[in-house]
Design a protein around this ligand. Structure first.
Ligand code: HBI
Ligand code: FE
Length: 275
């Protein structure tokens, strides 16, 4: 891959306006208040280690320097969504791509493209955790393979239901670790407290068959036991035969309960599979 097709752009940290830094601070304060007791302890440790409470939009160079010391990951700026192969190449090489722009101050809860708050506040804290850091790299390597096997559609669901919208079981109860939840004020409450969505134990094959929605809160969340188990499953599974099997399997609807599901909470909006 040549330097011109990696989609990396300068963050141009000095170009942010005072208003843009203030938007970060507002979003940060709101989540920092809400997340203790709701988010995985490793997420809070990451925030602290990376000094993300420092006011203003983080400077990716400074952030990468600290992150590099913890796990060898870097944060690089991109203009928005990048093509799948580019995305996977970065992850496989322990580079996390983050949008360098921030949402408008009058649209704090409206997001069409992942911005710097979602990408950095939501994703980067867990990259300071050695096990989660290895999982995201393994996902990137797996993505490169899935690309060649025509199975990105299936693998993308794993990213969705873990990295973006995952919950984890702890001795103190369910906790958030997915960035899509942790960076959203309303979904941080909904995902843990609302009776309507299902919470189902992690199952790789089940997840890779499950549709997802990008326009509303999730109707099913998958719950991992811990990051070690997630990484272990990912590293020890031979995905190629799974993709073959999945090619002829039916998709599972977002609100569907399947036979064999390890149900932690049956959502009030759930539907049993019509067998
Ligand atoms: N690009 N910047 C950016 N961020 C993402 O999360 C992202 C992407 N490109 C592709 C992608 N995600 C997903 O479609 C892959 O997980 C399949
Ligand atoms: Fe994301």
């Amino acid at each position: 891959m040549t330097p011109t097709d990696d989609w990396i752009i300068p963050q141009e940290w000095s170009s942010y306006t005072a208003e843009q830094h203030a938007t970060w601070d507002t979003l940060f304060a709101r989540q920092a208040k809400l997340l203790p007791g709701r988010v995985a302890p490793a997420f809070l440790s990451g925030l602290e280690f990376l000094r993300l409470a420092k006011p203003g939009i983080p400077d990716f160079e400074e952030l990468s320097e600290r992150l590099m010391k913890a796990t060898g990951w870097q944060v690089v700026a991109v203009p928005g969504l990048v093509p799948d192969d580019v995305f996977f190449d970065h992850l496989a090489n322990r580079r996390f791509v983050a949008g360098n722009f921030i949402r408008r101050a009058d649209q704090l809860d409206y997001l069409q493209v992942p911005d710097v708050f979602h990408d950095v506040f939501g994703h980067v804290p867990l990259l300071a955790d050695p096990v989660f850091a290895d999982y995201l790299q393994a996902y990137g390597i797996g993505g490169q393979r899935a690309n060649g096997l025509g199975a990105i559609r299936n693998l993308a669901r794993l990213y969705w239901y873990t990295v973006e919208f995952g919950l984890v079981q702890t001795t103190d109860g369910l906790r958030i670790y997915g960035a899509g939840i942790a960076s959203s004020h309303s979904e941080s409450i909904f995902a843990l407290e609302d009776p309507s969505p299902n919470r189902i134990g992690f199952d790789l094959q089940r997840i890779m068959r499950t549709l997802y929605r990008i326009d509303d809160f999730q109707q099913t969340y998958f719950v991992i036991d811990n990051f070690e188990a997630l990484l272990e499953t990912t590293l020890t599974t031979d995905f190629a035969p799974l993709y073959d099997a999945l090619a002829s399997a039916e998709d599972i609807a977002v609100d569907q309960i399947e036979q064999g599901d390890r149900i932690i909470w049956r959502g009030t909006q759930s539907h049993a599979h019509a067998a």
